[in-house]
Design a protein around this ligand. Structure first.
Ligand code: ADP
Ligand code: MG
Length: 613
């Protein structure tokens, strides 16, 4: 066996380079992080050929003097930590002091830097780890690093690089992430002669998203900011009803560091359970703030995957915060209801009192003059009545007396109680299957009647379940019987006590046979059998366990069965549905997460016509 030797620095650096800078985007990452650590307020990034032939990162940060510039190219030279215990409180990106020596060992590397206050800057040129020259140079404060011919001297590594397009897309994605995390830094990214983005310092994150991802993503996001004792969650969250085909717009940061985190992405998906359709993803830019000592950063330098020391706690906080925000965004009524005035309309039904100024604003007639005013809370008014808690939906044709339909629905226009969602819709058309089209002061609404029906029906079930869960039960006129296979029957048998608690009376009367004698009052007795069958199917598929979830999922299934629905909706039914929908906690998606309606703003029409309307 040959003698044991300590490797020369150059070889050690080249080996380390394989880990630290596996691809051009990793070089950009290291350089960018150094610039941010150096308190830069302006950073320019340029690359060519996917970064393989050229990368430049230039900043206006603190800069280095000649000694510091030489030292930073030595292995384990860092200004960021001094002792091992500092590792727990690392606030900067770097701390290993490995990046620059590694990169300079596998490229033609030029560093120019001038420290604030110095007269001159210095330029150091290194080729494949060999120092070529050090000389003074004139330059503004800050640091400019150029990396050319990456991995030329290590053909083995160069072979592993992907196509230019792939490498470019990695660099672009990475630069966008850092730009998002630091809206106050002016960023520009240039690929050869093409500017990918240029974003001046922004006041807030939403501006930055608009600058680098475009207007449409920005419009689908809403701000969140939640603080708890040891953690905080801020950033932007997709509004209910907006979803994306891929996870590309699910972006996560921990203490402003872009990360890959299963904990964070699972929490987001879990919270959005019924707010995004299956197979689609909510857009989100989430910043978790957490005590650095609770995060494991000291794992593989090139990987962004991180670990939390108190995984469960973080996950709980995330789900709770995201859910709270979605509920707020979708105007969930389970938040404290505001006190409202109620009145009896001409048919004797209790409806919210319509404020005079709203009648005036929407040019409506008061439904009934001899109204009796009572006081109450909003929940009383709504569950089954065709009423819109959040807005006015009216049938356009009702403005002409000839088209006045006999059921008198047009008299039941209900005016919004919530200031956050002042809508006024008029039905224009419903000639395309389940789609109806409304006009609103802001644009045109496409509305899916069946989806709306499902949402309304689901929330009615959910509401009465929540209200009556104590749990009143109603006898079925005729007991229903149900036969199941072995597994399902075993499961139902075990669930009888829990089902009893929510109002079902079920008993076994022979092998795999059950009798349903009563069902909860929140369920239409005609649906009792079908509900229970769905429940058993869902629960036995799910392997048992989460009773509450199965109860809900079976509700969703019932709601989507469209029982008692004709083949098409009449105008009045559509208007009634729209009113009921707008009173829902989440009017944006059907119970399975697909959109119920969307609005095309006038602005979009103006863009298409290329002139003002
Ligand atoms: P680390 O970031 O882990 O400390 P690096 O090899 O990336 O290691 O950098 C070594 C040192 O060089 C840093 O600690 C810092 O002092 C200095 N440095 C690197 N880049 C810059 C820059 N853009 N501006 C100012 N100082 C820098
Ligand atoms: Mg560094």
């Amino acid at each position: 066996m040959p003698d044991i030797r300590i490797l020369p620095d150059r070889v050690a650096n080249q080996i380390a380079a394989g880990e630290v800078v596996e691809r051009p985007a990793a070089v950009v990452k290291e350089l960018l992080e150094n610039s941010i650590d150096a308190s830069a307020t302006k950073i320019e990034i340029e690359f060519r050929n996917g970064g393989k032939s050229y990368i430049r990162v230039e900043d206006n940060g603190l800069g280095m003097n000649a000694d510091q510039a030489l030292l930073c190219l030595e292995r384990h030279a860092t200004s960021k930590i001094r002792k091992a215990s500092d590792l727990d409180q690392v606030q900067t990106f770097g701390f290993r002091g490995e990046a620059l020596p590694s990169i300079s060992s596998v490229s033609r590397f030029t560093l120019r830097s001038k420290k604030n206050g110095d007269d001159q800057g210095n330029e150091i040129l290194i080729n494949g780890g060999k120092m070529i020259h050090v000389k003074e140079c004139g330059m503004p404060n800050g640091t400019r690093i150029e990396v050319a011919h990456l991995f030329n001297s290590v053909p083995g590594r160069r072979k592993f690089l992907k196509t230019e397009i792939t490498e470019s897309s990695h660099i672009i994605h990475l630069a966008k992430l850092y730009a998002l995390a630091h809206p106050r830094i002016t960023f520009s990214l240039v690929d050869g002669s093409r500017t990918i983005f240029r974003s001046p310092a922004c006041e807030d994150l939403l501006d930055r998203v608009r600058e680098i991802f475009g207007k449409s993503l920005a419009e689908s996001l809403s701000t969140l900011d939640i603080k708890a004792d040891a953690m905080g969650l801020g950033g932007l969250l997709g509004k209910p009803g907006y979803s994306r085909p891929t996870r590309k717009e699910m972006l996560f940061f921990v203490n402003r560091r872009p990360v890959e985190s299963k904990t964070m992405s699972y929490s987001l998906l879990e919270a959005y359970h019924t707010y995004a359709p299956k197979g689609r993803f909510p857009p989100a830019v989430l910043f978790l703030k957490i005590d650095p000592s609770l995060v494991d950063v000291n794992i593989h330098p090139a990987k962004r995957e991180i670990r939390f020391r108190e995984e469960a706690k973080v996950r709980f906080f995330l789900i709770e915060s995201i859910l709270k925000s979605i509920k707020e965004l979708s105007g969930d009524r389970s938040l404290p209801p505001k006190e409202i005035e109620l009145e009896k309309d001409s048919s004797g039904q209790i409806v919210p009192k319509i404020e005079d100024h709203l009648l005036e604003r929407f040019k409506l007639a008061r439904p009934s003059d001899n109204s009796q005013v009572t006081r109450g809370r909003s929940e009383f008014a709504l569950p089954t009545a065709p009423s819109g808690e959040k807005g006015v939906v009216e049938n356009l044709t009702t403005s002409t007396p000839n088209n006045f339909e006999p059921d008198g629905f047009s008299n039941q226009i209900v005016v919004g109680l919530r200031s956050d969602m002042n809508v006024s819709w008029r039905l224009l058309d419903h000639s395309h299957g389940d789609m109806a089209v409304f006009t609103t002061p802001q644009g045109i609404v496409g509305f899916h009647c069946r989806a709306a029906y499902e949402r309304v029906h689901f929330e009615q079930l959910e509401d009465s379940f929540a209200k009556d869960r104590e749990c009143a039960s109603q006898s079925l006129l005729l007991t229903e019987s149900i036969e199941l296979d072995g597994v399902a029957s075993d499961f139902l048998q075990k669930s009888i006590p829990e089902l009893y608690a929510i109002g079902f009376r079920v008993e076994e009367f022979g092998r795999n046979f059950f009798r349903i004698q009563a069902c909860p009052v929140w369920l239409n007795p005609e649906q009792a059998l079908s509900y229970l069958k769905d429940f058993v199917e869902i629960a036995s598929d799910g392997g048992g366990g989460k009773f509450e979830i199965y109860v809900k999922e079976a509700m969703i299934k019932q709601a989507t069965k469209n029982l008692g629905l004709g083949s098409s909706f009449s105008q009045n039914e559509i208007v009634q549905l729209a009113n009921q929908l707008l009173a829902c906690r989440n009017p944006y998606t059907c119970p399975q997460g697909r959109p119920v309606y969307f609005e095309l703003p006038i602005r979009d029409f103006e863009t298409r016509f290329r002139r003002k309307l």
